[in-house]
Design a protein around this ligand. Structure first.
Ligand code: FMN
Length: 372
């Protein structure tokens, strides 16, 4: 008998039929070269993820604007010339049987590079003071999101996801901490929602009414003066009703991840599940819960208890690409776990090195460890 019947039951998501409730959550790995193009390493990795048995694979964030690129090794989707390579990535995932999605992003104040990053307001980040966006620049970025979403569709992906998590630009507008504007884009929650809602509307116009648009949603910044869950629960239905296929819930930003109390929390199984459960109560669309959903029994319970509709696996699936098959075949005890105290993937991202997992066999680690 199937030990996790709900986990392996199908789900309708924005018009797509997913074979089960497992999705690969986006995981930036720094595999692109500085040209932002899809390369062999990316194809190889995502082909493996597409064949993992997960019903959907959401490819890590790709940059919609050179001034919004998270790192020099982030994939780009800000010009038509990137579409062809991305089409290969979509096909590689779909060849394994999974639905393929691509996450698109503007990193705002967390963008890398020289000069001033752009942000809703000039709120310092350490020594760096970002440049507050003008209304014209906001309109330009909104259009860049829409054009990027069109390229996602043209590349053959089944859906697009807007990155409103990790404290990137969409989240920066929603946050009372990073959005101190006194125009129509700042102040009240209504005003702080304006930019994300305009982006969703522009993307919808560009991709059409039937193409699924998902949203990575930061439900709590986990910072005293940041966006709190109580306010996020008012924002979530507004975003969802603007035409989203789902909300993929997360907590924390680059400014909270490394606080000692948050580090301990991040090592707990299902550490973002309570956020997903709260958001699920507030919206009508499906909700994805990620965050050390290592144990298939925990994933099954999250679904049967109505805390989430889909389970997102990021490091969990990276550590063991056989997770889905092992769970499905009653071999959960054989799953190779992501080690909670390891942090190697974060460390390599921070150093600009391509990520490998400490749990991988030596040959695979060496294969992915060096840039072409
Ligand atoms: C190295 C690394 C890169 C990540 N990159 C992204 C990303 O590009 N987009 C995103 O929405 N989340 C990203 N995340 C967050 C994951 O999607 C996920 O929410 C989180 O890692 C918890 O799930 P897990 O315990 O299965 O890894 C990243 C996380 C890590 C550790």
């Amino acid at each position: 008998m199937q030990p996790y019947p709900t986990l392996f039951s199908p789900l309708e998501l924005g018009g797509l039929t997913l074979a089960n409730r497992v999705t690969m959550a986006p995981l930036y790995l720094g595999y692109a070269n500085m040209d932002g193009l899809v390369n062999k390493r990316l194809l190889e990795h995502y082909q493996e993820m597409g064949a993992s048995g997960a019903a959907m694979v959401m490819v890590e964030n790709a940059s919609i604007d050179p001034r919004g690129q998270g790192s020099p090794f982030t994939m780009r989707i800000d010009e038509d010339r990137f579409t062809q390579g991305l089409a290969g990535l979509a096909a590689a995932i779909q060849a394994g049987g999974a639905k393929a999605g691509l996450q698109i992003n503007h990193a705002g104040r967390f963008a890398h590079g020289t000069g001033h990053p752009l942000a809703p307001s000039a709120v310092p980040l350490g020594e760096m003071v970002p440049e507050a966006l003008s209304a014209e620049q906001i309109a330009g970025i909104t259009q860049a999101f829409a054009r990027a979403a069109r390229r996602v569709r043209q590349a053959g992906f089944d859906l697009v996801e807007l990155h409103g998590g990790t404290g990137y630009l969409l989240a920066q507008f929603l946050s009372p901490r990073t959005n101190r504007r006194d125009d129509a884009y700042g102040g009240s929650l209504n005003n702080r929602l304006r930019f994300p809602l305009e982006v969703i509307a522009a993307v919808r116009r560009e991709v059409g009414p039937d193409y699924p648009v998902g949203y990575r949603f930061l439900a709590d910044e986990w910072l005293p003066d940041g966006l709190q869950l109580s306010e996020a629960l008012l924002a979530a239905p507004r975003l969802a009703e603007a035409g989203l296929a789902y909300l993929s819930v997360m907590g924390g930003t680059y400014e909270s991840f490394f606080l000692p109390e948050r580090k301990a929390q991040e090592q707990e199984p299902g550490y973002m599940l309570s956020l997903a459960a709260a958001v699920k109560q507030a919206v009508q669309v499906p909700v994805i819960a990620a965050g050390r959903m290592q144990d298939p029994a925990l994933a099954e319970a999250a679904l049967t208890e109505g805390k989430a509709d889909l389970i997102g696996l990021a490091r969990v699936l990276l550590a063991d690409p056989q997770w889905v098959r092992k769970a499905q075949e009653g071999r959960a005890s054989e799953i190779v776990g992501c080690e909670p105290t390891c942090g190697l993937c974060f460390q390599r991202v921070a150093k600009g090195q391509p990520v490998f997992c400490s749990q991988w066999p030596k040959q695979k680690r060496e294969h992915f460890a060096t840039r072409d």
